[in-house]
Design a protein around this ligand. Sequence first.
Ligand SMILES: [Zn+2]
Length: 229
Amino acid sequence: MFALRETTDLDPARSSGGRVEVAFTDASIDLAGGDGFAAALAGLAEAIGVPVAWAHQVHGDGVVAVEHADDSGPEADGLVTAARGLALMVRVADCVPVVLADPGAGVVGVAHAGRRGVELDVVTRTVERMRELGAADLHAWVGPHICGRCYEVPATLRDEVAARVPATYAETSWGTPGLDLGAGVAAQLSAAGVAVTAVPGCTLEDDRFHSYRRDGAAAGRFAGLVWLS
Ligand SMILES: [Zn+2]
């Protein structure tokens, strides 16, 4: 079920103990909306042992602070919390899933950064909300997404996005205009003072992950998750 699971100890000097858990699911579970969603979500919550808060992602820059899991998620592309034992989930199929934590302060967040989210800088909006909750020393995991060698776009779109976020400028492996959303997100996080770990994997090339460009409208969604245990 998981392509990656990682545990980070909270800083004992700055907190009362506990851990930050980070996970990325794989294509063995489909978290797209629809009939199977409730069952998939319940299976995921059972696997990690905590309830899961999620959002209706709309390719915007809205960030919502949550304190418990809900049957109907808010409309947002970023979620933050300081609540223990509550996982935050971001769902993707080619877009960039970002999970964030300040282990010492005990604040976590997730962001959904597709092409629009990168243009709107949703990751920095998420960082700002986490700092309002007391986060200071932030670390981000940039999860599997479609890479810049695979994500072909029209030349005008590449120019438009790269004018705002220069690090996104890319060329596909077949020599046409591309966008590197992961590089754009990493640059935005670095500018916001956040340390970045890149989780390897191109969703289009690696069938361990769901991919919209590869699988079309029926593509499933995999997830990035973070929680305080
Ligand atoms: Zn690729």
